[in-house]
Design a protein around this ligand. Structure first.
Ligand code: NAP
Ligand code: ZN
Ligand code: ZN
Length: 373
């Protein structure tokens, strides 16, 4: 039955309030308006940032449909859409590419001004919602919302990819690209350099893969779950350290092991303490630190300017610095085995098990659970 131009009733995981489990509901997804694309979601990853929204580390409006690491097929398009057509396989982009803002015109930034990070609006570009549930409008997350059988995104927030792309390519929609790109695009890790990656979750493992691919000769993984170390080593880490094993700050341990500090540190834990340890673990004269994790909005870095004055740099990046136009190439590179994404998948689950997947993520066990629809 053709659904073009009609409401679609389908299942979704709705977050009615923070700090509560998601609820599997029947929702109505309105047809796409001008410059919008309705997507049938095939699979989605669950990112630390989805969990951070529920924990109110990232601000969002509620009720909301979370999820921003999806893969799907275009079901229908609104007037004026030229970049995709029904049947195309796509990855929704939480970092859009409008093509006309200052960031889109710059080769130095991917931070398109049309983004809705921090869910400032939680709505489509025209400030309305396409989701309703039990008679109430439901907000979206960062213009994507992938914990639903169908979603609607702006046409500036969709990347067309190879029709044969496997389902785990959804992780290129956030976690993989964020960590890998932080190493190769943001830090610009150089061959023979030393690196430290803090936080061994999905983003941290991807950062290790990025450091390895950039030719780093020493990669120190810092994390608290030792059962993940063998996999980190397999991926390219040369050693792993647990801060809990030492009675001094982990940055001191790293500086002692690396003749004064690493060249690059990448923070993927989302904690002020690990951000400061990352910065202080870099070489005072030239170290580069990239912060990817999000800490609570009320927390601040206790930063002594002297730490930077000696020559260190402190940077951050969203989505590994990748622009939307680069996503299809990342998928191609995965399909050609130039990069590895499947190593991130610890479990495959159904939508009904989504709260189990959140519990696993919060416990630090495994890397990514993927929900297949
Ligand atoms: P995740 O899978 O939950 O990983 C976070 C990891 O932090 C945990 O696995 C844990 O690893 C580690 N951790 C906790 N306490 C630690 C400590 N004391 N020292 C070192 N590591 C510690 O989450 P994720 O998806 O990888 O995301 C990581 C962070 O990046 C989150 O803050 C998320 O919001 C953020 N993020 C940012 C972007 C961006 O564009 N900038 C994109 C995606 C995600 P161990 O079990 O090994 O301790
Ligand atoms: Zn833009
Ligand atoms: Zn994410």
């Amino acid at each position: 039955m053709c659904t073009t131009g009609k409401d679609i009733v389908c299942r979704a995981a709705v977050a009615w309030e923070p700090h509560k489990p998601l609820s599997i509901e029947q929702i109505t997804v309105a047809p796409p308006k001008a410059h919008e694309v309705r997507i049938k979601i095939l699979a989605t990853g669950i990112c630390g940032s989805d969990s951070s929204v529920l924990k109110e580390i990232i601000t969002s409006k509620f009720p909301v449909i979370l999820g921003h690491e999806g893969i799907g097929v275009v079901e229908s398009i609104g007037p004026g859409v030229t970049c995709v057509k029904p049947g195309d396989k796509v990855i929704p982009l939480f970092m859009p590419q409008c093509g006309s803002c200052r960031a889109c015109h710059s080769s130095n930034s991917n931070f398109c001004e049309k983004n809705d990070l921090g869910a400032k609006a939680g709505l489509m570009q025209d400030k309305t919602s396409r989701f309703t549930c039990r008679g109430k409008p439901i907000y979206n997350l960062m213009g994507t919302s992938t914990f639903t059988e169908y979603t609607v995104v702006a046409d500036i927030a969709v990347a067309k990819i190879d029709p044969k792309a496997p389902l785990e390519s959804c992780l290129i929609g956030c976690g993989f690209a964020t960590g890998y790109g932080a190493a190769v695009n943001t830090a610009k890790v150089t061959p023979g350099s030393t690196c430290a990656v803090f936080g061994l979750g999905g983003v941290g493992f991807s950062a290790i893969a990025g450091c390895k691919s950039a030719g780093a000769s020493r990669i120190i993984g810092v994390g608290t779950h030792k059962d993940k170390y063998p996999k980190a080593i397999e991926l390219g880490a040369t050693e792993c350290l647990n801060p809990k094993d030492y009675d001094k700050p982990i940055y001191e341990v790293i500086c002692e092991k690396t003749n004064g500090g690493v060249d690059y540190a990448i923070e993927c834990a989302g904690r002020i303490e690990t951000m400061m340890n990352a910065l202080q673990s870099t070489y005072c004269g030239s170290g580069v630190t990239v912060v990817l994790g999000l800490a609570s909005p009320t927390e601040r870095l206790p930063l002594d300017p002297l730490l930077l004055l000696t020559g260190r740099a402190l940077k951050g990046s969203v989505y590994g610095g990748y622009k939307g136009e680069e996503v299809s190439k990342l998928v191609d590179d995965y399909m050609k085995k130039k990069i590895n994404v499947s190593f991130l998948v610890s479990r495959t689950m159904k939508l009904d098990q989504i709260n189990e997947a959140f519990a696993l993520l919060s416990s630090g066990q495994g890397l990514r659970s993927i929900i297949e629809f």
